[in-house]
Ligand binder design. Structure first.
Ligand SMILES: Cc1cc2nc3c(=O)[nH]c(=O)nc-3n(C[C@H](O)[C@H](O)[C@H](O)COP(=O)(O)OP(=O)(O)OC[C@H]3O[C@@H](n4cnc5c(N)ncnc54)[C@H](O)[C@@H]3O)c2cc1C
Length: 755
């Protein structure tokens, strides 16, 4: 039996080793993918965010991937070198689920560096424009997307207006003219609606105008049955919107119901064109149906503005539309979709799925560069199946009742193409409403913006550690109080009068044992919170659960120590304690030390990105001069960077490290030869050779960090598997104790059962 067990150990180790290698292989492939995606995003220009985005503190990121899993958008976040990185920042719509999911509070949703943003109005804390008193901005126009933010800000504006009116100037000008409203709300998206509802609740004299014939703003323009992620939010006069997701139609129906129920004075089909504030502080707002006068104005316009027009003959025909609400109502039609963004491609794909439709896309560029991967893949399939035809480098020249004329190609090779056509959908973006605000005196100057407060990232670890310190002090006091017993050597303790209740099976020792078990069970509850299935049902953020995990994990060994009377023996219980220590130490290592290595690797990766940008600028200069040296140098240095880093197999990576020097020499030699044949000056050759050497050094450093990171990441395995071993040992220890120990229960339940 024993020899059989011994023989199976190497097999087991080998199996484990192979499993680990396979896992590592997958991990490396994943990183290589993330790396490619990042380069891609940079080339497409989707790496920078438009509004808010996740700001990741790499010093705190554990690389658990919870944020990547939590983000409902495609490719915003990814893992690189075991840490989260932003890949397609432009795809972030600010759900903030990544920040909630992060157990170490390493993510905060911010607007980033505002110092050179010229597209955000300068607003005070109560959302009032800093240089136009009485003018408020709510919702996405102020820079923060999300339905929840819009609803909260809309209500906050009505509150601020009511506060102002109830203040010192309540009776001065308020009722000077009966026709002057307390508040004019512009826009009936989530922000405008919420503002109107709260204004009704507060009894303000207000009116709301909306340029479309329907309410709901951007949400109403989503495609049919799109799921909207909301996060719980309080809608004035209605109550809490509690669900995490709603179908677009459900939200619109709900908003229409509250509109009717509370008889909100919303005028649809009325567009605001201009506004000005006179010396008495009253606004005259010019709308498409005449002026409206109000003492306060809430601009809840969103950022979509009005759709950008093509400016071609025939655009006024009724078959031309700027949004697609319901693809299913178009069948057997010849449709042209104009544009190359996600909205255009999603509309084209939706239309192509309907029976009998012939769908074409006209895009002025030579390739789609901003698409979500999912849309790109779907489009490729649709093109292969001939469901969609794409005309790149084409522009609409004229639209007639039955056709569309396209101008295709550029630089002399221009063709004209006439397509039979029933409907045209234009997705050429929108003209943002900033000019309207500027004409009304709103400043967009970053210098006028109040300094934003740093987003809080506290995860409560400090509180947990303070609590732990208090508990440790109390325990230390306890030990000191009973030093007479704890100072005795284990064999002579039985003679002490305190032995009866301080020994492991005594009343006090047992209490500490139970406490340790309870703490450890609480500690394991963190795993339930992290699970996708059950996590949402438990209250609180993952960050506070992580703090509780740290607190209970550190306090449990102290309780075990007191349970054992400060004397750990060579028993099952003693082994469980050692396992517990391993779990604690690996946890600390993972939480605080491991994060440093990936951070260093990611830092080097950024240096490398910067170097590649320098190289691109230089090579573009050379290539402009008609010489091919630029692209050749780029290619050579690119191959040098990638040679050693993304080999998935361990041996291949070691080999790449060893062969790196030869590769560098070859690249330097090739560059020299190419420079000679292209007549490049020696100083320029030295410059590019310098870049090649630096690129090589940094990429080698990234590789080394990657190896160290791989070794250190084993903390995770120890932490988990030793924790499991510890739980097993603790169960065996408890079973043995119940069966054999002379337990002194402090309540009578087992008086008969345990001797
Ligand atoms: C594709 C997409 C998906 C999204 N998914 C989500 C999601 O899942 N969850 C989420 O929380 N958020 C999501 N968002 C963001 C969310 O839709 C917006 O943040 C939110 O709608 C902003 O509300 P708002 O009231 O500020 O502006 P909007 O909803 O844009 O409403 C502005 C209103 O003002 C009107 N208006 C504009 N100019 C004038 C004028 N001059 N005169 C009169 N009326 C005017 C417009 O017609 C419009 O009705 C998504 C956005 C997009 C584009």
């Amino acid at each position: 039996m024993m020899s059989w067990l011994l023989a199976s150990i190497p097999v087991l180790v080998l199996v484990l080793f192979v499993l680990l290698l396979v896992r590592r292989h997958h991990e490396m492939q994943g990183y290589a993918r993330s790396h490619r995606e990042r380069r891609d995003a940079r080339e497409r220009g989707t790496h920078t965010a438009r509004l808010q985005y996740p700001d990741i503190d790499l010093g705190k990121c554990l690389g658990c991937g919870a944020c990547v899993r939590a983000c409902p958008e495609d490719g915003v976040l990814s893992l690189l070198h075991g840490q989260a990185v932003v890949v397609h920042g432009a795809r972030c719509v600010g759900h903030g689920l990544c920040a909630t999911a992060c157990p170490t509070a390493a993510i905060a949703i911010t607007l980033g560096d505002l110092s050179d943003r010229k597209d955000l109005p300068a607003l005070g804390e109560d959302l009032e424009a800093v240089n136009v008193p009485g003018l408020f901005v709510a919702g996405e126009l102020g820079g923060f997307a999300l339905v929840r933010t819009a609803v909260t800000q809309g209500a906050a504006v009505a509150d601020a207006v009511a506060k102002k009116l109830n203040g010192h100037d309540k009776n001065t000008a308020r009722h000077v003219e009966a026709s002057v409203f307390d508040l004019l709300v512009v826009g009936a998206g989530p922000a405008g609606l919420s503002c109107s509802l709260r204004a009704r609740q507060l009894g303000l004299a207000f009116t709301t105008v909306e340029q479309e014939e329907r309410i709901g703003g951007t949400v109403a323009a989503y495609p049919r049955r799109k799921m909207v992620m909301t996060q719980p939010v309080e809608l004035p006069l209605h109550g809490r919107l509690n669900r995490q997701t709603y179908q677009k139609e459900e939200l619109i129906a709900l908003w229409e119901r509250v509109w009717r129920e509370h008889d909100l004075p919303i005028r649809t089909g009325v567009r605001v064109e201009d506004f000005a504030r006179d010396s008495s502080g009253v606004f005259t707002v010019h709308t498409s149906v005449g002026p409206v006068r109000a003492r306060n104005v809430c601009l809840a316009l969103g950022r979509r503005g009005s759709p950008r027009k093509l400016g071609v003959p025939g655009e006024e025909l009724p078959k031309v539309a700027y949004s697609l609400l319901d693809a299913e109502s178009y069948t057997g039609r010849k449709v042209l979709v104009v544009g190359g963004g996600d909205s255009a491609v999603e509309a084209a794909l939706g239309l192509a799925e309907q029976p009998g439709n012939e769908v074409s896309i006209s895009y002025r560029k030579g390739a789609f560069t901003r698409l979500k991967t999912r849309n790109e893949n779907r489009l490729h399939r649709a093109v292969e199946l001939k469901r969609v035809r794409v005309y790149f480098e084409s522009e609409v020249e004229e639209i007639t009742r039955a056709s569309v004329r396209l101008r295709c190609g550029r630089d002399g090779a221009v063709d004209r193409l006439t397509l039979a056509n029933d409907d045209v959908f234009v997705f050429a973006g929108g003209v943002p409403p900033f000019a309207l605000l500027e004409r009304g005196g709103v400043s967009f100057d970053p210098a006028d913006r109040p300094t934003p407060t740093e987003p809080g990232r506290g995860s409560g670890v400090l509180v947990a550690l303070m609590l732990l310190l208090c508990c440790t002090a109390l325990m230390y006091g306890w030990v000191n109080w009973h030093r007479a017993y704890y100072d005795l050597a284990a064999p002579v303790r039985a003679g002490s009068p305190l032995h009866g209740w301080l020994r492991p099976a005594g009343a006090v020792g047992l209490t500490f044992g139970f406490l340790a078990c309870a703490l450890f069970l609480c500690n394991l509850a963190y795993l339930i919170k992290r699970s996708k299935l059950m996590g949402r049902r438990l209250p609180g953020s993952l960050g506070s659960w992580m703090s509780a995990h740290i607190f209970t994990g550190l306090l449990a060994p102290l309780c075990v120590l007191l349970h054992a009377g400060l004397s750990i023996r060579d028993t099952v219980g003693g082994h469980a304690f050692v396992a517990l220590l391993v779990v604690v130490v690996t946890g600390i290592l993972g939480r605080y030390l491991y994060a440093l290595v990936p951070r260093a690797a990611n830092g080097r990766e950024m240096d490398l990105d910067e170097l590649c940008t320098q190289l691109s600028t230089l090579s573009a200069e050379w290539d402009r001069g008609g010489r091919g040296f630029g692209s050749a140098a780029r290619e050579q240095i690119d191959s040098l960077i990638h040679a050693g880093r993304w080999r998935a197999g361990f041996l291949a990576r070691v080999w790449a490290l060893l062969a790196g020097q030869f590769k560098l020499r070859r690249v330097l030699h090739n560059l020299r030869q190419q420079a000679q044949s292209d007549d490049i000056a020696t100083s320029e050759l030295h410059r590019v050779q310098g870049l090649a050497r630096r690129a090589f050094r940094i990429s080698q450093a990234v590789s080394h960090y990657e190896e160290v990171r791989a070794v250190l990441s084993s903390w995770r395995y120890f932490h988990r598997w030793v924790a499991l071993l510890m739980v097993l040992l603790a169960v065996v220890h408890i079973a043995i104790a119940i069966r054999y120990a002379d337990i002194e229960w402090w309540w009578p339940i087992a008086a008969g059962g345990v001797s």
